[in-house]
Ligand binder design. Structure first.
Ligand code: SDX
Length: 444
């Protein structure tokens, strides 16, 4: 059934999907306008409205941009109906099983899997830039210990722009990319240590990316920390699964802020701020809080789901639903499988996992969720694993930040190189007052 307001121009068969229709016709105000159709690699099609306002005086209105393409991009492909996710053409399932986070980061940034020499060099560069300038100690000291680590991380990343020159040459761009990927784990671990009143642990160059992060998080000057290679590998998998996801809220924020040619560090800080929202990256923390609440009030999975379906109740089944996926999020499927392995390996409680699986089982048979095509998304199971490997709940969204960082930077790079890039400046439909005269204070 066509959506209200969109009338089929020709009754009967819709234009055949295969027809290579090159344009669409808009009838407006007694005139016909031909709008070009743009077709992507995977045959998804878009109406190019670049000249719409210039030719017709009309703009489009699309709250939340659910029907609006912001750009052409070759970084990430999602088919929400089929539950497909590929980074530069490689299926997420293959990358999850065979690749590493730094290799995926290179792939997202530069478009191809790195040669062994390139990956070795990239890894070495990142390893050697993990330390923060010693003045950052004072930065963290000024932060309240009770502060959530997401605004602390966003502020710290923005502060990097006060230490380093602008990324205005190719060499400086590469150095800025290395610094961000190298220092983000250190910033995250420092924010955590500050929040628990412990001294920060300096990074170690003898550890791999994920082992180094775990070391900085959990070692103390009084007690060494043994990095379980299985835990480090699971963390690497989590970062791969979060590395990119086309034009999501935080990536679109990075593109919009970056389009003003602001500092790359400040641009990434804006992405961190957008990701913090509970409807976006902040959902993983909300999922665990939801599962823990259900665990406390025995047998309330059914009660909780009733509230999540109640239009008068703002409760949502966190970790469920997605703007693009109208089938199972492939990342959630991979994480659900890993949950059981990790919990068994580290000997963590499986209670929250059992509740999550119970919620999924009930929801996927409930008409409310089925009709709206609401399935588990990446956040539904990720928190169960983070908790099992000892990551504190308020650090979950910071973990999402670590994963999404190469994706954000890749989109910034692509936008920067795109000759069609202009400063992002959407229009609006004004619904306020018509012109009116100022009323002096003594006459109001
Ligand atoms: C991420 O964009 C990305 O790619 C994001 C991400 C990435 O990798 O970057 O995948 C990461 O952000 C995953 C999403 C994490 N957020 C959550 O899990 C929060 C819970 N989910 C929802 O709030 C919601 O599903 C969104 C925000 C994810 C999507 O919102 P939409 O596309 O705007 O959908 P909607 O709010 O218009 O919902 C459509 C209907 C509504 O009901 P009706 O008005 O049709 O009656 O579905 C209902 C909603 O009330 N609904 C839910 C629900 N999600 C949607 N009802 C109960 N529980 C939910 N979780």
């Amino acid at each position: 059934m066509a959506e209200p307001g969109i009338e089929e121009k020709r009754k009967g068969a819709a234009p055949s999907a295969g027809a290579a229709q090159k344009s669409a016709t808009l009838q407006y105000d007694g005139k016909s306008y031909s709008l070009p159709i743009v077709e992507g690699t995977e045959s998804e099609r878009a109406l190019d409205i670049t000249r719409l306002r210039q030719d017709t005086g009309l703009i489009t209105l699309d709250s939340g941009y659910g029907n609006t393409g912001a750009c052409r991009s070759s970084i990430c492909f999602i088919d929400g109906e089929q539950g497909i996710l590929r980074y530069r053409g490689y299926p997420i399932e293959q990358l999850a099983e065979k690749s590493s986070f730094l290799e995926v980061a290179w792939l997202l940034l530069y478009g191809e899997l790195p040669t062994p020499e390139r990956l070795t060099g990239f890894t070495r560069e990142i390893t050697r830039h993990t330390m923060l300038h010693e003045d950052f100690r004072r930065f963290f000291d000024f932060m309240p210990k009770s502060a959530h680590p997401m605004p602390v991380s966003a502020a710290a990343v923005a502060a990097l722009s006060t230490f380093y020159k602008e990324a205005d040459t190719e060499d400086r761009v590469f150095r800025a990319i290395v610094r961000l990927l190298a220092k983000m784990p250190t910033i995250a671990a420092y924010a955590y240590k500050h929040s628990i009143g412990q001294p920060p642990m300096y990074p170690r160059n003898d550890l791999d990316y994920c082992s180094n992060f775990l070391y900085m998080m959990f070692a103390t000057p009084c007690e060494p920390y043994y990095v379980d290679p299985v835990v480090a590998r699971v963390l690497d998998l989590l970062l791969i699964l979060h590395a990119d996801h086309e034009q999501n809220c935080s990536t679109s924020t990075v593109r919009l802020v970056g389009s003003s040619q602001s500092s790359l560090y400040a641009t990434i800080a804006s992405g961190i701020s957008a990701l913090w929202g509970p409807l976006h990256g902040g959902a993983n923390q909300k999922v665990i809080e939801m599962l823990e609440r259900i665990a406390l009030e025995e047998g309330s999975a059914e009660v909780f789901l009733r509230k999540a379906k109640d239009k008068d109740d703002t409760t949502r089944l966190m970790g469920f639903g997605h703007r693009v996926y109208k089938s199972y999020d492939p990342r959630a499927a991979i994480l659900k499988k890993s949950c059981k392995e990790v919990i068994e390996r580290v000997g963590a409680s499986s209670k929250l996992l059992e509740i999550a699986m119970r919620l999924e089982e009930i929801a996927l048979e409930d008409d409310y969720f089925v009709k709206r095509k609401l399935y588990p998304n990446v956040d539904f199971y990720s928190g169960v694993i983070y908790q099992a490997i000892g990551i504190p709940v308020n650090m979950f969204t910071v973990m999402f930040t670590l994963g999404r960082l190469p994706g954000w930077i890749a989109h910034w790079l692509e936008m920067r190189k795109d000759p069609d890039t202009r400063i992002g400046r959407p229009r609006q439909v004004y619904t306020g007052h018509r012109e009116r005269a100022y009323v002096p204070l003594d006459q109001r």
